[in-house]
Design a protein around this ligand. Structure first.
Ligand SMILES: Nc1ncnc2c1ncn2[C@@H]1O[C@H](COP(=O)(O)OP(=O)(O)OP(=O)(O)O)[C@@H](O)[C@H]1O
Ligand SMILES: [Mg+2]
Length: 359
């Protein structure tokens, strides 16, 4: 579902930008600090309702301005163009409009604009704690299982209530009623995640084979509690431990995706460039799987394309992205670093002091 037009106002160092986009590759070329990442950040905000760099809205709004706007037009699956827009104020209030209707939810933005971001700090998917990897799984489940968003939100609310109850309860009986619903949701979420990881593993293995043929990748899903025990039993059996800790120790909020190459954790084996390739393979695998399953195309945002990749690997990634037919935004300091990727329908944008010009 490509964007055909992008309007950015009062975002970081960009006062105003209005550009027509290619449904293929869009290149953002410019020196350090010119605003390339900011354009990607604005598109990300349009698809997620938040920045990938800062959780504080005030830092994203242009200095001395009160609000920011990001608008666009996207092609829906019936090839109709629809407007989409987000406005954020310094007080944190947010307004989302899709197809001319205001008051839309952020989750609807994500439905309409599935995005994959590949950026220099993106290694944390492989090297940090499980939070990023859970988000990776949940991106896929969100787009493939319509009931997931609501169920996960409800699980998190109930889990919070349980943690509060743990502080006052004297016997497990006081929690058992609430735990039934919590357990039902946990099992449901676990089932969806398990199926997703099984499906994505196959695509990821094929892509990793192309990017890193010297390694055999293995993805293993951990659901957040012991394998053969129903979640309801975990909650009941661990009541005293949970009470002592003051929170529920095991559960789907502890789920993880263990990623290994040749049987060893990735961070112990791969170089930085190889880690970047692995992240690219995993993200492209998600996009491909989404298209296979739902017919939806996701948009790729690739920040600082050249960093850590040699020209051969850059070409491999570019070819892979081309074969997906998706819309891609690529930032780079020089044009020569992306020369191999330019096609007849590509668009090139020059970024300088927050001004974005086509040329
Ligand atoms: N709220 C803000 N208001 C105005 N300017 C800002 C704000 N936040 C950041 N900036 C400035 O906007 C610019 C944003 O740069 P951005 O990160 O988009 O650059 P870039 O082209 O990606 O550079 P690099 O090649 O170094 O990654 C920086 O010069 C930064 O100082
Ligand atoms: Mg940048």
């Amino acid at each position: 579902m490509p964007l055909t037009r992008l309007v950015i106002q009062q975002f970081r160092n960009i006062q105003a930008c209005d550009i027509d986009l290619s449904s293929g590759f869009n290149f953002l070329i410019g020196p350090n600090g010119s605003g390339k990442t900011s354009v990607l950040e604005a598109i990300y905000l349009l698809g997620h309702g938040r920045s990938f760099k800062s959780s504080i809205t005030g830092r994203v709004i242009k200095n001395e301005c009160q609000e920011l706007f990001v608008h666009g037009r996207f092609l829906n699956p019936d090839q109709f163009e629809l407007p989409i827009g987000i406005n954020k104020q310094r007080d944190g209030s947010t307004e989302v409009k899709i197809g001319g209707q205001s008051g839309q939810k952020l989750a609807q933005l994500a439905q309409v604009l599935p995005l994959q971001l590949i950026h220099p700090e993106g290694f944390d998917l492989l090297t940090d704690g499980p939070k990023q990897r859970r988000a990776f799984i949940d991106w896929g489940v969100f787009h493939s299982e319509p009931a997931f968003f609501e169920a996960w939100g409800r699980f998190k609310r109930l889990n919070k209530q349980r943690n509060a109850l743990l502080k006052t309860a004297t016997v497990y009986r006081e929690l058992s009623y609430w735990d039934q619903e919590l357990a039902r949701l946990a099992e449901q979420i676990d089932g969806w995640r398990r199926v997703y990881v099984e499906q994505i593993s196959e695509v990821a293995q094929t892509l990793c084979g192309e990017f890193l043929p010297e390694f055999e990748i293995g993805l293993k899903y951990y659901r957040g509690w012991e394998k053969d025990t129903p979640y309801q039993d975990i909650l009941a059996n661990n009541f005293e431990r949970d009470q002592h800790l003051g929170y529920t120790f095991s559960g789907p909020n502890k789920a993880d995706l263990k990623i290994k190459v040749n049987g060893t954790p990735v961070e112990d084996v791969l170089s930085r460039g190889q880690l970047k390739l692995m992240v690219c393979a995993l993200r492209v695998a998600q996009g491909q799987h989404l298209t296979d399953l739902t017919g939806k195309q996701c948009i790729y945002l690739i920040d600082d394309f050249a960093s850590e990749l040699d020209s051969q690997r850059r070409k491999r990634l570019a070819d892979c992205l081309k074969s997906t037919g998706a819309q891609v935004f690529v930032s780079s300091i020089t044009k020569s670093q992306v020369a191999d990727m330019i096609e007849s329908n590509s668009k090139m944008f020059h970024v300088e002091h927050g001004t974005i010009g086509q040329g």
